[in-house]
Design a protein around this ligand. Structure first.
Ligand SMILES: [Zn+2]
Length: 335
């Protein structure tokens, strides 16, 4: 997969015109393979309402990124390593080809940064209730406090008729205008896992520092999954592994539930991603419930927690002998 840090792309992003404030319904298309790839922007209306009603107690200072950023929708072919238009300037102007969290303040001068147990976090936010439909993972580098790589695949259900899949995808992704790219690119879960493991094996940081102890215990190496809630890794991945007839890979045996970190660090309960973002005054970007956009928003919350000085520790772990048993490591947690 191409690196995120091409200077040319950076310039293209900076030169592009900003999106309208609080993106309204709009769609666009571009020629060739993206001809039917249109995205609809649904700025989370619940948040907009609550932002405005909370102004009696808090200055309604919405961070700049929400109003006047260079935000644009991700190229969902690029995130899956399949964009063929990297030399098309118009295409690069329309679609984002970087997984950076896009909250550009410098991390130098931040006083609260603390030593972490992990070098990388793998931010994961699955989509799909019946079967997994989208598997996005963002690689967050603790040193740079940004997303430095991504693995993203749309996932084709195995136990559904074509007709049922069509209806399911229309209902789930039709409103975002990304159903076409889903149909163009989705592959079965077992293939996704194979490709994910190739991605895990990549050398990073210019020397051999792999994310995965493949030859050892099969766990991640100084890296941990970060999710918003326990559902993704406690429930959905094991369920899908069973449906797809594969063994639960050992790197899924433990994770960090960001809601529990948030609760213990700020001593406030936040039931979901949007409530955390609202309390931290981080504007959500993109389409809520498009997994890659939600993952980026979770990465923004993660970044905020880290720069405020939170220690990110494993919050849930499966027992080696009986993986169906999950132990929760924080006493104070969101249930
Ligand atoms: Zn592209």
């Amino acid at each position: 997969m191409a690196t995120w840090r091409l200077p040319f792309l950076r310039r293209a992003l900076l030169l592009s015109s900003p999106p309208p404030p609080f993106f309204h319904l709009s769609s666009f298309s571009s020629p060739l393979h993206h001809s039917h790839f249109k995205r609809t922007f649904l700025q989370c209306s619940s948040l907009s309402v609550e932002e405005s009603t909370s102004s009696t107690t808090i200055q309604p200072e919405i961070p700049k990124a929400g109003r006047n950023s260079t935000w644009k929708p991700m190229c969902l072919y690029y995130t899956q390593g399949k964009c063929t238009k990297m030399d098309d300037v118009l295409h690069l102007e329309k679609f984002c080809h970087s997984c950076s969290v896009e909250l550009g303040e410098s991390i130098s001068g931040l006083k609260n940064l603390r030593e972490q147990e992990f070098d990388y976090f793998l931010v994961l936010d699955l989509e799909g209730k019946v079967e997994i439909l989208e598997f996005p993972v963002l690689l967050f580098d603790v040193k740079t406090m940004d997303v430095v790589d991504a693995f993203h695949r749309f996932v084709r259900p195995t136990k559904m008729s074509e007709r049922r899949i069509y209806e399911y995808i229309e209902g789930k992704y039709g409103s975002f205008g990304v159903d076409r790219v889903w149909h163009d690119t989705a592959i079965k879960f077992e293939e996704v896992i194979e490709q994910f493991e190739i991605w895990l094996r990549k050398e990073r940081d210019g020397h051999i520092k792999k994310l995965w102890r493949e030859e050892g215990d099969g766990r991640l190496n100084r890296a941990a999954f970060v999710t918003c809630g326990n559902w993704d890794l406690k429930t959905k991945v094991p369920q899908q592994c069973e449906v797809s007839g594969i063994k639960l890979p050992p790197y899924f045996m433990e994770w960090i539930n960001l809601k529990d970190i948030y609760l213990n660090f700020y001593e406030r309960r936040a039931p979901g991603m949007l409530s955390m973002m609202r309390e931290l005054r981080i504007p959500p970007l993109g389409s809520h419930h498009l997994g890659i956009d939600d993952s980026k928003n979770i990465a923004r919350v993660l970044r905020h927690l880290l720069t405020d000085g939170a220690l990110l520790q494993i919050t849930a772990r499966r027992a080696d002998a009986s993986p169906e048993r999950v132990r929760f490591l924080f006493q104070n947690r969101i249930k």
